[in-house]
Design a protein around this ligand. Structure first.
Ligand code: FCB
Length: 492
């Protein structure tokens, strides 16, 4: 497949936002500088065996020191918008109380620089880097963390409200809940299996309280959340398989989107009650907070999930999240399902199937499930591949011919446009933009530096940035299309 830059540019609506996304912990480094406190992820990544390649994010892309250079890359790309996250422990080292002025200063500089370059800022308040003292007090299993996040949101609103065009309260509560507290593959690293459900609830409560804090501060920017979505399909036609598909779909998708968009926890087949009984213990006032009206909804899409019943084999390429050592799947016997492979599909470096048509399915399912869905941004999408730096035969310059990433991005953006076009299966959705994950190769959580997702190649030893072919391709798309009519200026 693959769509040319010309065809894609011609298809993009004039006001469609093409952006790039990053997250603080994955790029900033400078973990002990200018008053930043430790995060749960600092502690976790320093524990032996947690990160596939034994790395940590102490330096990462050194973005804290190279911010101007990196914003220049976003500018030269012609991106309309940059989605970044605030490092909570850089701004509020203990996760409560005292604010670190130098932490605020860094994002002041970043925001000013973005606006000066005509790039619209989308700011994620929480992208997984919980301050360590809060993680040690139970993290998201502790209801208290939701209130601390709302305090942090209020600090952010006061400091940056005049310049942030769009706020994302929380990035992918699914992943924090399931990988962090369910399987223990992410920080804090203790597998609670189905006992992780309170973390989901507290994250959503933290979202609601943060929306409340942003509204109370009267931020002129738009407010939303980012959830990841994966269409779930059964591996076989059995009744048991249908049941675990429903269970997986609830745990991965609906548990996070239903409370936000429908104001209730998902309904389920009573046979699943042993796993989901927690839903019945929820106070209605919590649900009301989770369901506060949003200006937009953020959806991350990477791949669909094919689910089979039973704990499944422990080995084999698709029995567990890719790139994660087996010993971290503590007691998978207790899980009633497992992920299986997708025969016939190309795969990314993580082993994820390359399935752009399922982005269309994801959007169609969202349209069907949530008729009152606010305007939608695809806040992340992208792929890791093995990138090789070669020397250009003519110029001698280093090049990264990441053709597969070019195809991945083109096909996915195209699939989203087609699904939401008049007559498409998701025509009810007001799709406003697509953010590529990610600007540059970075610290990919438990996979360390083993998975490269960037439009820009990073030579981590030399901290050298080399724009890949995909960067140049997106650059042609942005220069070929008509400019986005959005005034990138102070909001008040
Ligand atoms: C998403 C995360 C992002 C990055 C991509 C590959 O789940 O939000 O930080 O790790 O996956």
């Amino acid at each position: 497949m693959g769509i040319s830059a010309e065809s894609l540019a011609a298809k993009l609506p004039a006001d469609f936002v093409l952006g790039v996304a990053t997250a603080a912990f994955q790029i900033e480094g400078a973990v002990a500088e200018d008053g930043r406190g430790p995060s749960g992820w600092d502690a976790f990544s320093h524990q032996p065996g947690r990160i596939v390649d034994g790395s940590n994010a102490d330096v990462a892309c050194d973005h804290y020191h190279r911010m101007y250079e990196d914003v220049e890359l976003i500018h030269a790309l012609g991106a309309d918008s940059y989605r970044f996250s605030l490092s909570w422990p850089r701004i509020q080292p203990d996760g409560r109380g005292q604010v670190n002025r130098k932490g605020l200063d860094f994002y002041d500089r970043l925001l000013d620089q973005l606006l000066e370059r005509g790039i619209s800022p989308m700011c994620t308040i929480y992208h997984w880097d919980t301050p360590l003292p809060l993680e040690q007090a139970g993290g998201w299993l502790n209801r208290e963390t939701a209130y601390r996040l709302a305090d942090f949101a209020a600090i952010a609103a006061e400091a940056f409200g005049d310049r942030v065009h769009r706020w994302v309260t929380i990035n992918e509560p699914t992943t924090v809940t399931l990988n962090g507290y369910g399987l223990g593959l992410h920080a804090p690293g203790i597998p609670h299996l189905f006992e992780c459900l309170p973390a989901a609830h507290h994250l959503l409560l933290g979202h609601g309280l943060s929306v409340q804090a942003l509204r109370a501060a009267n931020v002129p920017g738009e407010v939303g959340i980012t959830n990841v979505y994966s269409p779930v399909v059964p591996a076989t036609g059995s009744f048991g398989n249908e049941l675990v598909v429903q269970l997986y779909d609830i745990l991965f998708n609906a548990m996070f989107s239903d409370p936000v968009l429908l104001g209730r926890y998902p309904q389920f087949n009573p046979l699943l009650a042993p796993f989901l009984a927690y839903f019945h213990a929820i106070p209605p006032e919590d649900i009301a907070l989770m369901n506060l009206p949003l200006d937009f909804y953020g959806m991350n899409y990477y791949f669909p999930s094919r689910i089979a019943p039973g704990p499944g084999p422990l080995t084999g390429p698709h029995a567990r999240p890719e790139g994660v050592p087996e010993e971290f799947l503590d007691d998978p016997q207790d899980l009633p399902f497992h992920m299986t492979g997708w025969p016939g599909y190309d795969r990314t470096g993580f082993g994820w199937p390359v399935a752009p048509q399922y982005l269309g399915v994801a959007l169609a399912e969202m349209a069907r499930r949530y008729p009152a869905l606010p305007p939608l941004y695809i806040t992340e999408g992208g792929a890791s591949f093995t990138d090789v730096v070669v020397e250009d035969a003519l110029t001698g310059e280093p090049e990264v011919p990441d053709v597969k990433r070019v195809d991945y991005l083109g096909d996915h953006i195209n699939a989203a446009l087609e699904a939401t076009a008049p007559g498409g299966p998701a025509e009810g959705i007001d799709l406003r933009g697509y953010y590529v994950w990610t600007l540059m190769d970075n610290f990919e959580w438990a996979a360390g530096f083993s998975q490269r997702f960037g439009l820009v190649y990073v030579d981590f030893a030399a901290q050298k940035r080399i724009p890949k072919l995909s960067y140049k391709w997106l650059q042609s798309v942005t220069s070929l299309r008509s400019a986005v009519e959005e005034a990138p200026q102070r909001l008040s």
